[in-house]
Write a new protein. Structure first.
Length: 322
């Protein structure tokens, strides 16, 4: 019997222009293609001569079980997800099913994850550069995650000034979750914080709206929508949503690009870790007062002050690899 294989294929946003070469090859290699009906429809023209198994929205475990069953028969299976299979996709439930069945990486069934662009990336590309600084993704679906867990994550992201992508923001049955998310964000963010709402990115019914945190719930939001909430620095100009990386804090961006007074190219900001520690030590304030000022845990302030500053290491690469 042939060795079975499961390929967890991320289709990206759905347009063939954004389907990776490996994703296309994996589908061509497969004997069987399994997926949610909408995802199957996105690649329907690539499925001639293959066994196609269509499943409904809430049948993720069924898809994984079907994939394992076919792979045990020696078939090559493409289990497709929109976006990336590892971002709210089929990779997680498939590994859960595999491990429950006693599978290991040394087993007869080979597993390959074929990455694809997630909604977070594709929607950001359509509206500008909203993710240039720190960001996070939170799903508002409470079908599998308790709402208090989601609410705590929303509140923490809002308080920490993350640009935040909201997945699964609203459905026919789940209409209040987006309102609760807005309420939590308004505790920490200005009402006029920019928000981009992208529906069906790179698909025929694509729709893009720019709004604000205060008014975002008035927009057309559904299950095919991703909501991008900016941070305190995000702005919209000429139809583009941009989150600055922070170059203006260090360089004369409007002038010759030289480092500002007190700053050095390739070195931490004067308000970076060591500079901040010096500020703490010279402030004359108690750890409790410092913790309140910077909204950081008292235990962290105490432990950090107890350690001496580290010398800045030479570093010719200022930015981490993407």
């Amino acid at each position: 019997m042939n060795k079975g294989k499961i390929m967890l294929v991320g289709l990206g946003p759905g347009s063939h222009d954004h389907l990776t070469a490996r994703a296309r090859a994996a589908i061509a290699e497969a004997d069987t293609v399994i997926g949610y009906v909408t995802y199957i429809r996105l690649v329907a023209d690539l499925l001639e001569g293959k066994e196609v198994i269509r499943k409904s929205m809430t049948e993720e475990l069924d898809r994984a079980i079907e994939a394992l069953d076919r792979a045990r028969q020696g078939r090559k299976v493409a289990l497709v997800s929109s976006g990336d299979a590892g971002v709210y996709g089929m990779a997680g439930p498939t590994f859960e099913v595999l491990f429950q069945a006693g599978w290991t990486p040394d087993s007869e069934i080979e597993v390959e994850i074929v990455p694809g662009a997630s909604a977070l990336n594709t929607c950001a590309a359509l509206v500008g550069a909203p993710l240039t600084h720190d960001f996070c993704a939170i799903s508002l679906s409470d079908l599998l995650t308790p709402w208090p867990v989601i609410a705590r994550r929303l509140d923490a992201a809002a308080a920490s000034d993350f640009v935040t992508a909201l997945y699964n923001p609203k459905s026919g049955r789940r209409t209040r979750q987006i309102v609760e998310a807005q309420r939590l964000f308004l505790r920490h963010r200005d009402a006029d914080t920019p928000v981009a709402i992208v529906k069906s990115a790179y698909r025929p019914k694509q729709r893009i709206e720019f709004s604000t945190l205060a008014k975002m719930t008035e927009c057309d939001i559904g299950m095919l929508t991703t909501v991008l909430i900016g941070n305190s620095s995000t702005f919209v100009r000429d139809g583009l949503m941009v989150t600055p990386r922070g170059y203006a804090n260090k360089y004369d961006v409007a002038g010759d690009g030289a480092a500002r007074s007190g700053e050095q190219a390739g070195r931490s900001l004067s308000t970076g870790l060591n500079g901040w520690l010096e500020t703490l030590r010279s402030s004359g304030e108690t750890p409790a007062q410092l913790a309140a000022r910077y909204r950081l845990p008292l235990e962290y302030i105490v432990a950090t002050l107890a350690e001496g500053p580290e010398a800045d290491a030479e570093d010719s690469v200022e930015e981490p690899a993407a």
